[in-house]
Design a protein around this ligand. Structure first.
Ligand code: PRX
Length: 637
């Protein structure tokens, strides 16, 4: 098996790119024909950004799981689809072949049906990183239900918001999850969330930690028992639901600059083609290789490059339940050695944190199986890039710096490993089909090279979001209204003298903390839930490991006990409302916030102070009370 659309040279990249711009429909039609369709499409592309309307392969009928499973069962049934490595290094790893995965997915699809699931239903998945999570995701896709995976670190309140927004009728969860030396009580968090979710009729619970859980009569059932019912009687079918190319495949919630997280919607065919095409080309995947993406399936990186991209390519995807520093900072390298990993795809924040442990965790580990390295999620600094290159890649592995977003479905700007040039800290060049454009604040296109501006995309690619669940207008406003006829990414970007792109970070009120997106408004709302908080303002500041840290300025009523205790209470509130990932790194109590006369918080000043800048704060004369600035500088943490 090989991939006829795998680009093998820079010249081929240039030819492919050119064709993708000049004849996009012909270009994608050529690629799409290499997938399994139940019926070919009538029209390759229909689009209009201002609405927005984006439809790819319209009229085509398919099921993405036939592309991820059945076609490989036919040709390579014994190839491992998933290799699973536990959080606990002493627990046996698992090896699940395409044949076995197909069988499990079909059986669990039947379990879902037995519990009342049908095409179009929204199903919430809140699970640890175990193979059953992948089985649950694919089983939803198999029956045409829309999965909404929620990262297992989110709080009951966050789950509740998401389940209500999508009106899910079924939840799939586990008793608990292992994460490093912690055990997280997933089911009890879920129980708390579901108090406010009347739409949920069934909860299917996997046993992972064997911790005590409460099971609600009539609502809750055990994964294992349900599976036994269908597997023992062989009472299930291997027929996949026929889906329209533009039917919804999944919802994934992500933070923006305003309001609550929104449900980004991806559809079946375009997303499949995009994740597959980018997987095969960016990582230059060769059949038989082991691909290890260290993300959690709760984030888009896990959806696209643990599940759909690799499996649609018949690849072997390694799923790791744990964290890079447990039981010690050599764990990733141990996993690489043990499973002969060929492609390692991780986040700059993980690299920076492992860098901090020095070279000893790497010593004695055989990393010679590695061929290609990748990064994702945030800008990578030069030092981390070189450390990765020298210590992990032994200066022998191309590094792909892949820029993309939950909304883009898959990678949009990246070098192709070993095929197109790399440049430290640069995502480099667009993937065929991607037409990036830089604009200034007023939306004027910045032409030529050596320019910086806001990054937009001017033409649809198959993997782009179609809407935000239940609120199409919000999708239009967020992404398509800032600049006419353009998709606005929210990122700032430099195009250097060679035409290479370097993403410089968000230009909106979104923070990127350890590669996770958090909206400042969402964080402020969470802090303000603490009964003593009068108001708050959140800004990001440079953080050595996390990329960005969370700096909170808090106006507090009366502090009855000591400040430290109050801070701990605020942190607890944030954990409760959003999850531990959203806890501020620094909390500074202030008597007021710098506001203009019209009441707008001057974040520019707060940002500068948090970054350590105490002079050159710009014009403060429009402030209602300029003296507050001196106080803030004085109390800076
Ligand atoms: O700011 C960019 C940053 O992460 C944002 C997208 O976050 P999310 O939707 O959570 O998806 C993360 C995984 C794809 C972007 O707007 N980002 C992502 N990749 C890079 C990056 N910034 C710089 N370089 C990257 N390679």
């Amino acid at each position: 098996m090989s991939y006829p659309y795998q680009i093998k040279s820079f010249e081929q990249y240039q030819t492919a790119y050119q064709k993708s711009i000049e004849q996009p429909e012909e270009f994608w039609e050529d690629i799409a024909q290499h997938f399994t369709w139940q019926k070919k499409w009538d029209k390759v592309l229909d689009w209009e950004f201002n609405t927005p309307k984006v439809e790819w392969f319209k009229g085509g009928k398919l099921n993405i799981t036939e592309n991820c499973l059945d076609r490989w069962v036919a040709t390579q049934p014994e190839t491992p689809a998933i290799i699973w490595e536990s959080n606990n290094p002493h627990e046996a790893s698992r090896n699940i072949t395409y044949k076995a995965l197909h069988q499990k997915v079909c059986a669990f699809a039947q379990v879902l049906k037995n519990n009342g699931a049908k095409k179009g239903d929204r199903i919430c998945i809140y699970m640890p990183m175990v193979p059953e999570l992948t089985i649950a995701v694919l089983a939803c896709a198999r029956i045409g239900a829309v999965h909404s995976v929620i990262f297992a670190g989110f709080s009951a309140q966050s789950i509740s918001d998401r389940v209500q927004d999508a009106q899910c009728n079924i939840v799939i969860t586990a008793d608990g999850a292992y994460r490093g030396n912690k055990t997280i009580p997933l089911k009890s968090v879920m129980d708390e969330a579901l108090v406010n979710c009347p739409s949920v009729e069934k909860v299917i619970v996997l046993t992972r930690t064997q911790m005590a859980v409460s099971m609600l009569n009539g609502r809750d059932c055990w994964w294992d028992e349900e599976m036994k019912l269908v597997e023992e009687k062989n009472d299930y079918s291997d027929k996949a639901e026929v889906m329209d190319a533009e039917d919804m495949l999944f919802i994934l919630y992500t933070s923006g600059s305003t309001g609550k997280p929104k449900g980004v919607v991806h559809t079946c065919a375009g997303y499949m083609v995009w994740t597959n095409y980018t997987f095969v080309n960016v990582f230059q995947y060769e059949p038989g290789q082991i691909h290890f993406c260290t993300a959690d399936i709760g984030w888009v990186t896990g959806h696209s490059y643990i599940i759909y991209g690799p499996l649609s390519a018949g690849a072997t995807s390694l799923m790791f339940e744990g964290i890079p520093t447990y039981p010690d900072a050599g764990r990733f390298w141990e996993v690489v050695e043990k499973h002969h990993v060929n492609i390692l795809y991780t986040a700059p924040t993980a690299i920076r944190s492992l860098m901090g442990f020095g070279k000893s965790p790497i010593e004695g580990k055989n990393l010679s199986s590695l061929k290609i390295l990748g990064t994702v999620g945030e800008p990578i600094n030069e030092e981390a890039w070189h450390w990765y290159d020298e210590n992990i890649g032994k200066e022998n592995c191309p590094i792909v710096d892949t820029w993309w977003q939950t909304e883009t479905g898959g990678i949009l700007i990246s070098n192709l490993a070993g095929v197109t040039p790399s440049k430290p800290t640069f995502a480099t060049l667009p993937i065929p089909g991607v037409q990036p454009l830089l604009v200034d604040e007023s939306g004027n296109e910045l032409l030529g090279n050596a320019v910086s501006g806001n990054l937009c995309i001017k033409f649809p690619w198959p993997g782009m979001l179609r809407t935000t669940y239940g609120d199409h207008e919000r999708c239009r406003q967020t992404y398509f209204s800032t600049y006419q006829n353009l998709y606005f990414t929210g990122d700032g970007c430099l195009r250097d003298e060679d035409g290479y792109y370097r993403i410089t970070g968000r230009v909106d009120d979104v923070l990127n903390v350890s590669g996770h997106r958090l909206g400042t408004a969402e964080l402020e709302n969470a802090i303000n839930m603490h009964s003593g908080v009068i108001e708050s303002a959140i800004v990001g500041y440079p953080h050595d490991i996390k990329g960005q840290g969370i700096y909170a300025y808090v106006v507090f009523g009366e502090i009855h006990t000591d400040e430290e205790h109050t801070k701990q209470n605020i942190l607890k509130t944030v954990s409760k409302i959003i999850g531990a990932i959203a806890k501020p790194d620094k909390i500074q109590f202030v008597s007021g916030l710098p506001k203009t006369r019209s009441g707008k918080i001057m974040r520019r000043i707060l940002r500068k102070v948090a970054e350590g800048e105490t002079e050159n704060l710009g014009d403060t004369s429009t402030l209602l009370d300029p003296s507050i600035v001196a106080e803030i500088i004085k109390g800076r943490l």
